[in-house]
Write a new protein. Structure first.
Length: 398
């Protein structure tokens, strides 16, 4: 019999929609895909060149479990320049993607029955990683009127003597919103007072707009730094999702335990990808600026067009590459074939079947009033897709 633990785990809720979209596409139906969770740009050439060089030089063997020194030093330098944070090599662990870093943290920290606070809407893997480690996800609702930011009073009210950690994600997937310094200071104070950990997922750090400053909660003082484990990676900022390089930074004891866990599971991250990551972090950064400029144009166009659709309202995201429009005003309306739409999943299915647009329903992220639209696709696709969404919604009857 398979374990009880693994029975708690859902397959990624986005998969069935994705399968349906792919099936339609394979029949020759032209689908606009707003479901993607990765940049639509190629990995920059100088990063690929570093990987090719590593391969040619025979850098194809095991490396130290927690990452090569060159890469740890590049990460340490990144933290110093970007976040004004000082770490040593013993504070850094390189893993096979940020998701793997998060999993190592979960294994290192949670005991059965521990509670882990997760502001909702949340990224899909957080609750399942908690469950896989016999701990309990405790959701904290955030509201649209607070820009989906965690209200410190709500946080206080959810802390119990079983609380082990709080997971923060800024810029956020799925909302695209970012935490400001003041809110983070209020959260940090509570975290310190209750002596819990903060797991701060900063994978979209570089993708911010409107002059927003990314603030890492760990940078707010020595005390909060000790309780924070930062997770970051190369996937989103450098368009390197397939290379699988992520990293964690935090207290050396926790990092050591995570490294031990990694030594008994995956061992080191891919050697060649580590060399590519060194090049990415230490090479010219102008590629990111160009990527942000392009995302920014799409973001502004997308949000403007979404808000022009009757019954749809969308906050302006300030980070990542997602918009998270509220579609709940449309609930109760009828599709042309007579089905009533009452959930984000039903809306997503309708938009796929009638609109030929693939996106992710908000329910997958814990918010059934929303849908997630990724703008990691061309402006042409955004315009085509928005024409289709507008038309499909127009065809709903009251
Ligand atoms: C994409 C993503 C990750 C995982 O990134 P990898 O480094 O590719 O594993 C982690 N957190 C969030 C919020 C993401 O969107």
């Amino acid at each position: 019999m398979i374990s009880t633990r693994s029975k708690n785990i859902k397959p990624s809720p986005t998969l069935s929609m994705d399968a349906k979209a792919k099936e339609m596409a394979s029949k020759g139906i032209d689908i606009v895909n707003f479901g993607v969770g990765e940049p639509d740009f190629d990995t920059p050439e100088f990063i690929k060149d570093a990987a090719i060089k590593a391969l040619k030089e025979g850098f194809t063997k095991y490396t130290p479990v927690g990452g090569i020194i060159e890469l740890k030093d590049a990460i340490i330098q990144k933290f110093e320049i970007d976040n004004n944070l000082k770490y040593s090599r013993e504070n850094i662990l390189v893993s096979c993607g940020a998701k793997h870093s998060l999993y190592n943290i979960a294994q290192a920290l949670y005991n059965p029955g521990d509670e882990v606070l997760i502001p909702s809407p949340y990224w899909v893997s957080y609750p399942d990683q908690v469950l896989l480690n016999d701990a309990k996800p405790v959701f904290i609702e955030t509201s649209e009127k607070d820009n989906f930011l965690l209200d410190p009073d709500e946080l206080k009210s959810k802390i119990s003597n079983k609380t082990k950690a709080l997971i923060l994600n800024s810029p956020s997937n799925p909302t695209g919103l970012t935490y400001d310094r003041k809110t983070l200071e209020a959260i940090a104070e509570i975290v310190i007072r209750h002596n819990i950990y903060v797991i701060s997922d900063e994978i979209y750090e570089k993708l911010v707009y409107d002059g927003v400053e990314h603030v890492s909660i760990a940078s707010l003082g020595e005390e909060i730094k000790k309780k924070t484990i930062i997770v970051n990676g190369l996937s989103k900022s450098y368009s390197m999702t397939g290379w699988r390089i992520g990293y964690a930074a935090g207290d050396k004891e926790v990092i050591q335990v995570m490294t031990n866990i990694q030594s008994q599971s995956t061992s080191n991250p891919n050697s060649v990808a580590q060399k590519a990551a060194v090049a990415a972090l230490t090479g010219p950064q102008d590629f990111i600026k160009k990527m942000i400029e392009e995302f920014d144009k799409r973001r502004i166009n997308l949000v403007k067009r979404l808000n022009s659709i009757e019954g749809v309202s969308c906050l302006t995201p300030t980070g990542a590459f997602y918009a998270f429009p509220n579609i709940s005003k449309l609930y109760g309306r009828k599709t042309p074939d007579g089905k009533v739409i009452n959930s984000s999943l039903e809306m997503a299915i309708y938009l796929l079947e009638f609109g030929k647009v693939a996106l992710v329903h908000g329910g997958a992220f814990g918010s059934d009033n929303h849908i997630r639209i990724s703008y990691a696709t061309s402006m042409e696709n955004i315009n085509k897709g928005l024409d289709r969404i507008k038309e499909a919604i127009h065809n709903l009857t009251i």
